[in-house]
Design a protein around this ligand. Structure first.
Ligand SMILES: [Zn+2]
Length: 202
């Protein structure tokens, strides 16, 4: 089995023993101690609140293209495609002049998702360097999203917990089941090993 995925952590903190995320208990401290942002990837989620041009008025259509479609196109070009032509030129005036082109350059089925399944986070190294890392940001909502993860990132120690079926009776949604390492052996049959549950491929 490959190594377990463990996000890089600051300082000498221990890494979590397992990949299952448990929600933090509600803080019982008084309001004088301001809430600290949570550690880990969730603290670096890409902004979900739209600002600037990305916050295009969904009621403002241009050249027969709906405002919500224009907003989606802007977000797609700036945040997903990131082609120079758009990142350097995209302004309100540009959109008004080139709405058709913007529309044609953006996949028909792209729709902005305010709660994205996958996102890029910036990781900071000790030397001040940064690098981008793609993370799965939340549990998939349905089988279609599970398939998206599997098709795009494959089955590995990082994706298994997202690919497991939540109600699976075999692995209980963990993606792993424990089987005897020495089946039938009178002495060692009680030793178990974790193997991938079949549900991650369903
Ligand atoms: Zn399972």
């Amino acid at each position: 089995m490959a190594h377990k995925y463990a996000p890089p952590r600051k300082g000498g903190e221990k890494t979590k023993p397992d990949s299952t995320e448990t929600p933090q208990p509600e803080s019982t401290q008084s309001e004088s101690t301001a809430q600290k942002p949570a550690e880990g990837p969730s603290a670096e989620k890409p902004q979900s609140k739209l600002t600037g041009l990305r916050n295009w008025n969904v009621d403002e259509s241009v050249d027969g293209i709906s405002g919500s479609r224009i907003r989606d196109c802007i977000i797609y070009q700036l945040d997903f495609r990131k082609a120079d032509f758009y990142t350097k030129n995209l302004t309100r005036g540009f959109v008004l002049r080139n709405a058709k082109r913007l529309h044609e350059d953006t996949p028909e089925d792209y729709v902005y998702d305010p709660d994205p399944l996958v996102g890029e986070v910036t990781k900071h190294l000790d030397g001040g360097e940064t690098f981008k890392q793609t993370l799965i940001l939340r549990a998939p909502r349905d089988d279609a999203e599970r398939r998206r993860i599997r098709d795009r990132y494959g089955v590995n120690s990082y994706t298994i917990r997202f690919l497991a079926k939540p109600g699976c009776p075999v692995c209980r949604g963990t993606g792993y089941q424990y089987v005897s390492a020495y089946p039938g052996d009178p002495v060692y049959s009680k030793l178990t090993e974790a193997v991938e549950c079949a549900c991650i491929h369903e």
